[in-house]
Design a protein around this ligand. Structure first.
Ligand code: MG
Length: 213
């Protein structure tokens, strides 16, 4: 990994972009139900909205991306673009890591909408990786909201900040409830990295380096 600058690995959906808010509006239309009838307390996969009998998550997601421009039209979460600009301005290298290509046959749409969206909100980034195995992409600290990603990253020894939403409340910290929290935690980690004391394994990581092998 490039050790000349501090790298922040940033997930998009549910961290920078208001994925669950956008999906709730689109799902209400798709299900032909009032938006208020869909709980905001969802788990990963949105099963609480009863989408299974209409074709399930993949079908709704495909509709959202290909027919409602989900990745172009979702709103950023509060303060996310501004804090990312501040962090970038401090010399932190923003590395976007997203699994948005899990939808087959719509890669061009997914990538185009994503890049347009990042430009629209002036979100800085050095690199953008469309990856499932996020741990394979080097970063000094990651921020993600999906429980499976967080557990996998931590299992591989990657310091990972949980960005709070209804899908991940059961996970241990470090945790950010806002982008102000992200700013604070990332600055703290960067200072640890600069002084060589960064705890790579985070709160839920390995007890000793030996257990990695
Ligand atoms: Mg996410």
């Amino acid at each position: 990994m490039d050790e000349s600058s501090f790298i922040l690995g940033v997930d998009l959906d549910g961290v920078v972009g208001d994925f669950y808010g956008a999906m709730r509006r689109i799902a209400a239309e798709w299900l032909q139900r009032p938006e208020a009838a869909l709980t905001t307390e969802v788990s990963y996969g949105l099963e609480e909205w009863g989408i299974a009998e209409y074709g399930g998550y993949d079908r709704l997601h495909r509709f959202a991306v290909t027919q409602r421009n989900l990745f172009r039209d979702m709103k950023p979460l509060k303060d996310a673009p501004a804090v990312l600009r501040k962090l970038s301005n401090r010399g932190i290298r923003i590395r976007i890591i997203t699994h948005r290509l899990f939808l087959k046959h719509s890669h061009k749409t997914s990538i185009t909408q994503t890049v347009d969206w990042l430009d629209t909100y002036d979100i800085p980034y050095w690199d953008i990786c469309f990856m499932n195995d996020k741990g394979a992409v080097g970063a000094h600290v990651y921020i993600d909201d999906a429980p499976a990603n967080i557990i996998q990253l931590r299992a591989h020894g990657c310091k990972t900040i949980v960005f709070t939403n209804s899908t991940n409340r059961q996970l241990p910290g470090p945790r950010a409830n806002s982008w102000q929290d992200v700013e604070h935690l990332v600055k703290e980690s960067m200072e640890e990295w600069a002084t060589g004391t960064l705890n790579l394994f985070g709160a839920a990581g390995f007890r000793s380096f030996d257990s990695l092998f």
